[in-house]
Write a protein that binds this ligand. Structure first.
Ligand SMILES: [Zn+2]
Length: 262
């Protein structure tokens, strides 16, 4: 976790300080978990972003996503700073007592609350649903932002594989364009997969675009329709994918002539 309270019940964000300052604070101050109120350790390693960790055998541990990856901590700091610079009222890792949930960020906009979850690891459908409904029951709008899968980063119109959980994050513009926004904490860029055309299974054809974090707004920018030339590319790719799909079914059909598709 990126925040804890000090003895004065003030929020302490270690990433804002230098390594030397943090070493001094670690000697002078005590830090407490905002959830279980137990003392927590300030970790100032060479590899990771400075953060807090519970002392072993604490029952609170499982409630927190401890052992968070470097990428997750890094992405949270980037997104939190970005929203703050845009002038939004945003809290980092606030503990919501009523829900016993702790979103990565909570944004307050025109009396509306938006819980932002930056998801780096895979999450089960059950856990996702539980957290989502927890927020919704308490009139908090959840916003799941996934770390961009590493194998997909180039730009242009291409074949994209979208996992079932990420398919749930697909949004639609007023003009009916489907798109999915992910965030790449490695490069500080938002990656857009737009104009999604479903082919089969997890396979889609889409246009990949990127936007550096300092050019992004909140709520996120919406994509534009594709051009006629781009549409032609879609069509070519779609035909190719359909052909491949049929050939694969013909050559590797487990059910042989019983295959209802054939
Ligand atoms: Zn705790």
């Amino acid at each position: 976790m990126l925040m804890a309270y000090n003895e004065l019940q003030q929020i302490f964000l270690p990433y804002q300080y230098s390594r030397e300052e943090l070493q001094r604070y670690r000697r002078q101050m005590k830090f407490y978990c905002p959830q279980c109120q137990q003392p927590v350790q300030l970790k100032i390693g060479q590899y990771n972003i400075p953060h807090f960790a519970h002392i072993a055998n604490n029952s609170c541990e499982q409630l927190f996503a401890e052992g968070e990856s470097k990428l997750h901590l890094q992405g949270k700091v980037q997104l939190f700073e970005w929203l703050r610079k845009l002038g939004h009222t945003v809290r980092l890792e606030p503990y919501l007592q009523k829900l016993s949930q702790r979103p990565d960020m909570l944004l307050i906009k025109e009396q509306k609350q938006i819980a932002i979850e930056f998801q780096c690891s895979t999450i089960s459908h059950e856990k996702w649903l539980l957290r989502t409904s927890g927020y919704e029951k308490n009139s908090i709008q959840p916003l799941w932002l996934f770390q961009t899968p590493q194998k997909q980063s180039t730009q242009g119109i291409q074949k994209i594989s979208i996992s079932p959980i990420m398919q749930k994050m697909i949004m639609v513009t007023a003009q009916g364009l489907t798109y999915l926004v992910t965030y790449d904490a490695n490069t500080s860029r938002f990656i857009y997969w737009t104009n999604l055309l479903h082919v089969h299974g997890y396979t889609f054809i889409g246009k990949v675009q990127e936007l550096t974090i300092n050019k992004q707004h909140f709520p996120f920018y919406e994509p534009k329709p594709i051009t006629k030339e781009e549409f032609h590319l879609y069509w070519q790719l779609y035909k190719k994918q359909c052909k491949q799909f049929v050939y694969q079914r013909l050559l590797h059909s487990k059910n042989g002539v019983q295959d209802s598709f054939l």
